[in-house]
Structure formats: C-alpha cells, structure tokens
Ligand binder design. Structure first.
Ligand code: IDP
Ligand code: MG
Length: 142
C-alpha cells in the first residue's frame, strides 16, 4: 500500500467540548502521523470556499454557520492508504450509522455536528491541504 497524505479537521463541536487531543491521539494510534497542524477560526468566506462542493445542498448555510462558530484544528496526516484509512477511523457521516469505536461514534452529536472532516480522495486531499498549508508548514517525519 502507498504512503498518502490526507487533510483532517477537528470541527468546532469537538474543539468546544475539549476533545481535540483525544481525537488527534485516536488518529495517531491508528497509524497516522501529523506532518502539519494549525488551530484556526474559519471566516465565513473560508468555510464557504472549503465546502463549495456542497453549495447547492440544503444544509450548506447551516454547515457554514457551524464551521465558523468556533476554532477548528486542521492537520495533514500521513500514513499507509491515509485517505481511506482516515475515513474509516472517522466513521460514517451520520454518527447514528457510525461503527463502534470510530471517532464519530465516540464524539459526534449528529449528522452535521460530527466532530471531524477527512478528504474523500487523493485529489481532494491535495486541494484541501493547499487550502490550509503552504509548503514550508509541512514537515515530514524522519
Ligand atoms: P463527510 O464529511 O463524511 O465527507 P459530506 O457528505 O461531504 O460528509 O458532508 C460534509 C459535511 O456536511 C458533513 O461532515 C456534515 O458536517 C455536513 N452534512 C452532511 N450531510 C448533512 C445533512 O444531511 N444534514 C446536515 N449536515 C450534513
Ligand atoms: Mg465530504
């Protein structure tokens, strides 16, 4: 399997609850390494741009409001098969459908306030990484 990088976010609900370090440790224990990380309070324009793919969905306005209600952590994670692996560790979008032991099962409130984000493809991982990090902010291990 290939070593990949994926863009991960800990969303405002989880940060407000103080769960950011437990979630980060959950990802690390699953075999993902942090190669970049930042705490940031997204502006409305930033949240709209990040989720532009969902602009036509009925939940878009509410999602943007949620994502700007408090700080988030954005981290670039590296590991084997990182994109799919990270999404598996996060669990289903709706915590009611998430498998036992996944981050969303453990920490999410509902389908919107679901604790974390993960890129859904290698292409989107690269785009989302560039959204948060410049080259000098990404420091590989070793
Ligand atoms: P994902 O985060 O699992 O990739 P997406 O379908 O890409 O899920 O949706 C992006 C985010 O939009 C979700 O993580 C969640 O916060 C929110 N969301 C998705 N579907 C709904 C919905 O039906 N109602 C409210 N919010 C939703
Ligand atoms: Mg998605």
């Amino acid at each position: 399997m290939a070593i990949e990088r994926t863009l991960s976010m800990i969303k405002p609900d989880a940060v407000a609850a103080g769960n950011q370090w437990a979630i980060l440790e959950h990802f690390r224990e699953s075999g993902l390494n942090v190669v970049a990380i930042k705490r940031i309070h997204l502006t409305q324009a930033q949240a709209q741009a990040f989720y532009a793919v969902h602009a036509e969905r009925p939940f878009y306005g509410s999602l943007v409001k949620f994502m700007t209600e408090g700080p988030i952590y954005a981290q670039l994670l590296e590991g084997e098969n990182a994109v799919a692996h990270h999404r598996a560790v996060m669990g289903a979008t709706n915590p009611a459908e998430a498998a036992e032991g996944t981050v969303r099962k453990l920490y999410a409130t509902n389908i919107e306030r679901n604790a974390c984000h993960g890129s859904d493809s290698l292409k989107n991982a690269a785009i989302e990484s560039a959204f948060f990090f410049s080259g000098s902010e990404i420091v590989a291990l070793g």
